[in-house]
Design a protein around this ligand. Sequence first.
Ligand code: IMP
Ligand code: MG
Length: 333
Amino acid sequence: MTSTVVVGGFFGDEGKGKIISYLAMKDNPKIIVRGGAGPNAGHTIRDGDKVYKVRMLPCGFLNKNAKMMIGPGVVINPDILKKEIQDFNTSGRSFIDQYCGIIEETHLARDSKGELKEKIGSTGSGTGPANADRAMRVLKLAKDIDSLSSLITDVPQEINSALSANENVLVEGTQGTFLSLWHGTYPFVTSKDVTASGICADVGLGPTKVDEVIVVFKSYVTRVGTGPLNNELSLEDAEKKGWLEFGTVTGRQRRAANFDFDLAKRAIMLNSATQISLTKLDILFPDCAGKNSFDELSKNAKAFIKNIEDELNTPVTIIGTGPDTNDIIDRRN
Ligand code: IMP
Ligand code: MG
């Protein structure tokens, strides 16, 4: 029985989706459960020539034996959720908690203009205003919406029962440590705590039931929207390095910087990380593209990883070497 929590170590978009998708196939969890803010999240998963962009469902749906769940701490856009269940063929194995919050038109309208949009660079998904209404205790919950009734289950009960029955549970975080409402670069943050503790609270998993916390770092740092980014590269420099990326949800260009050891150390601390997953190694070291074993990596790539392990005092166990779910080096036994 293992519970594994996967969270972002920087500003989101570290490539969690791909890592979770891999773990969902490899570790065969009974349940993959999502915590985090809401449909402001965007995960991209590539499986062969298929590309999936996911905003509401957990990213593990490629494993057809696993149940997909969304924890009570998450706010849901019912239209997006229903469309994903249909598009990704997860009907009958997708569930939400009765206490999930509901995003309505008013939240979308309030998120598409004003301070949040202009100053913070909010994604406009209605997530922040819905969480504000939840704090005011006026937000509708999933149990209030008839068309969601067939999806409702007791998510905390399900995941805790699965763990008691010696099954694996994979807990999926969204955004990244420095977008946390508590620990991030306030006010340029999202509307929830998105560190491992917050994600666990979102799904109803207590601290003593957590076995592994995997913090995902990209091999460089990106940030979409406003807010501080130390040692930010100029657009030209980022482009030269091949680091230009565009947001999954908003299509906005991401800002870029070198791997930041100060941020990474703090992320390891804030999340009590037991393992590191390092993604996009092939962008930094093109000779590593598609590799599946550590031995095959170039000397420079190995040195980059060793330096991260030494500086952060945490093993780098899962390494992304390309966009496909199987472009992975897995160093767990
Ligand atoms: P909001 O969560 O939509 O209000 O956006 C607040 C800030 O967090 C903005 O800078 C967004 O770009 C950023 N943000 C929110 N969700 C994500 C995500 O999943 N990945 C990357 N940035 C995000
Ligand atoms: Mg994303």
